[in-house]
Design a protein. Structure first.
Length: 229
């Protein structure tokens, strides 16, 4: 049975979609906040996400980015933001489709059918890819936590997290210096390679067993960085 996660802060929309989707044979999970959506997706991986952009705690684009850190699940945005800039932003960060509120249930169901027809017959175990290991630490990409094996939480700054997450999303792949600077700091910082050295040193001190001889957060001199699982 196809599992759909519906994320919206309007109770009447959650209720209406739950009734309509279950009547058509879908398994439905509900979340009213971005944090709840990320937690639910990690514990019960969905086959499809219906996501409102205007959530009380996170912008919908942040939820999309959080999901894209570990899963390629199809995401259909449901939003009252009709402007093209909002649509482009959602699609650029990883959404698959965009439906403007108010919408007809028949149109939404057609969009869902179109997306689910492209799903593989057997869904991979995406829950397994929601975490990564660096030394004695488990990094949860869904709820953005770093936990030592003894249960201690490790705090990362937003920039440290952004850099680490970008590497963990592409295990084994060399990420160029320019790409990291562009994606983490912005296009105007593409020559500031000293930023990368400083933040990589900080991450290694927090995560590697021997920061001077890292096993997971690897520097490729003159080229970039790589996460080695």
């Amino acid at each position: 049975m196809t599992r759909i996660l519906v994320v919206d802060d309007e109770p009447q929309i959650l209720r209406a979609l739950r009734i309509n989707l279950r009547a058509r044979g879908y398994d439905v999970d509900l979340a009213a906040t971005g944090a709840a959506a990320l937690k639910t997706a990690a514990s019960h991986p969905p086959d499809l996400v219906l996501l409102d952009l205007g959530l009380p705690d996170l912008d919908g684009t942040e939820v999309i980015a959080g999901l894209r850190g570990w899963t390629n699940v199809p995401i259909i945005v449901l939003s009252g933001r009709a402007g093209s800039a909002d649509k482009v932003a959602a699609l650029d960060v990883g959404a698959d489709d965009y439906v403007t509120k108010p919408f007809g249930i028949d149109e939404l169901l057609a969009r869902i059918r179109a997306v689910t027809r492209r799903l593989p017959a057997t869904r991979p175990d995406t829950a397994a890819t929601a975490t990564a290991r660096v030394g004695r630490h488990t990094i949860n990409l869904a709820d953005r936590t770093v936990t030592r094996d003894d249960g201690t939480q490790v705090r990362l700054t937003p920039t440290q997290w952004a850099m680490l997450e970008h590497l963990l999303r592409h295990p084994g792949k060399l990420i160029s210096q320019r790409q990291l600077l562009h994606d983490v700091w912005g296009p105007e910082y593409q020559n500031e390679t000293n930023y990368l050295r400083q933040y990589m040193a900080q991450l290694r001190r927090k995560l590697e067993d021997d920061p001077a001889r890292p096993r997971h957060l690897i520097t490729e001199p003159g080229m970039g960085y790589r996460y080695r699982p």
